[in-house]
Design a protein around this ligand. Structure first.
Ligand code: 9MR
Length: 367
């Protein structure tokens, strides 16, 4: 926290405002010269909804149990956690009769010890490398098997997981949008989705159950398809409580108008809205080698307008929270995925705040 506070103070002294970027982008490192420390803004204290971060856990390389120096910043700023990986299907259910809960239990304990809620991600997700090998070869009763998978996991974490991504990315956005032809779809048709929600609700009636997807804030046909699914679920009283907008967005795409419309359409249906995996890519078609001050400021504005849109379009009682998909830029999945440098998150690798952080603060404080 020293660095965070130091940077914030340094920028206060340099620029007269609490914006850490000027100090760091200008390469100054005289933080230790600043006296009279004051606390940096704390995101979780500025919001009346959960403010979360995705973390590595278990024995992952960046696990917060291995790379323990990240814990101070996580604990200071966030009150909600989600596992980036270790609560996915193949981690929790490695063999038909084997559930592996130790790593996730440790994370649930950590969350509880630090007064944080835990969001579960994800009970059903299609990618080939995510589906447990045994499940790919399963020839028995798929309804019973999937109900057992979802039910066992949701029951195990009952009371310790506040909310679940029950189904993740079931919609194929290729125009026209349609249900993704996943293994689950091939075996059960679209019924696998509602059956997962029903099983999760039976196992943990208190948990908020979410449908989570990407590009629903940008591709209208995908949003429309999702809204149709929601309306159908509501008409048939399938237990669904919210929608997760992953929001892996670019600094200049999609338009904020489209983002607002997407939040509003879901909120109008009475469901909760989570921004579930927020990151803001800045290096598409740019080939930057470092995050320049100008781009960092554009990213700050983008974070600010997204959080402002969330506050303005989603009624307070329907705000399931905002979670960023990683703590520091160096851990972002985007670099590997796009094979380019990216700086999409709120903190630098040395745990100092970026302008993006200030953008979130400004939105939360109505500046
Ligand atoms: O960020 C996650 C990355 O570390 C994993 O390798 C990958 C596969 O498990 O999943 C990434 O997270 C994804 C999330 O689970 C679902 N929405 C898209 C995320 C980014 O790909």
């Amino acid at each position: 926290m020293h660095k965070l506070i130091g940077r914030a103070l340094l920028s206060l002294s340099l620029a007269g405002i609490g914006n850490a970027v000027f100090a760091t982008e200008q390469g100054s490192d005289a933080a230790s010269a600043v006296a009279n420390p004051q606390p940096a803004p704390v995101l979780k204290n500025l919001a009346a909804f959960p403010v979360g971060v995705a973390v590595s856990a278990g024995d992952e390389r960046r696990s917060l149990f291995r790379k323990t120096d990240q814990q101070a910043l996580i604990n200071q700023q966030f009150n909600s956690l989600v596992a980036t990986n270790i609560m996915k299907m193949r981690y929790l259910h490695p063999a038909e009769d084997v559930f592996a809960f130790d790593d996730a239990d440790a994370l649930a304990n950590y969350a509880k010890e630090h007064g944080m809620i835990l969001h579960g991600h994800a009970l059903v997700w299609h990618p080939d490398y995510q589906v447990p090998a045994w499940m790919k070869n399963y020839n028995g009763d798929w309804d019973a098997m999937l109900t057992n998978h979802v039910g066992q996991i949701a029951r195990h974490f009952s009371g310790r997981v506040a909310s679940w991504d029950v189904a993740n990315e079931v919609i194929d956005e290729n125009v026209p949008a349609a249900y993704r032809p996943s293994l689950f779809y091939q075996k059960m048709g679209k019924s696998y989705i509602e059956k997962a929600f029903i099983a999760a609700h039976a196992a943990d009636p208190a948990a908020d159950l979410y449908y989570n997807d990407f590009n629903t804030e940008s591709v209208q046909s995908k949003l429309d398809f999702m809204l149709g699914m929601i309306d159908d679920f509501k008409a048939r009283q399938i237990p669904i409580h919210g929608i997760g907008f992953q929001m892996h967005v670019d600094v200049d795409y999609p338009s904020i108008a489209q983002i607002r419309k997407s939040f509003r359409e879901v909120a109008d249906r009475g469901l909760k809205v989570r921004i579930s995996e927020l990151d803001v890519a800045v290096n598409k078609h740019k080939n930057l080698k470092s995050l320049t001050p100008a781009v960092a400021i554009a990213q700050k504005a983008r974070y600010k307008e997204i959080v402002t849109a969330y506050l303005e379009e989603v009624p307070a009682a329907q705000r399931g929270g905002i979670t960023v998909w990683g703590l520091v830029d160096g851990e972002t999945w985007l670099s590997g995925f796009h094979k380019r440098a990216e700086w999409p998150l709120l903190f630098r690798d040395d745990y100092t705040t970026k302008p993006a952080f200030d953008g979130v603060v400004e939105a939360l404080t109505g500046q």
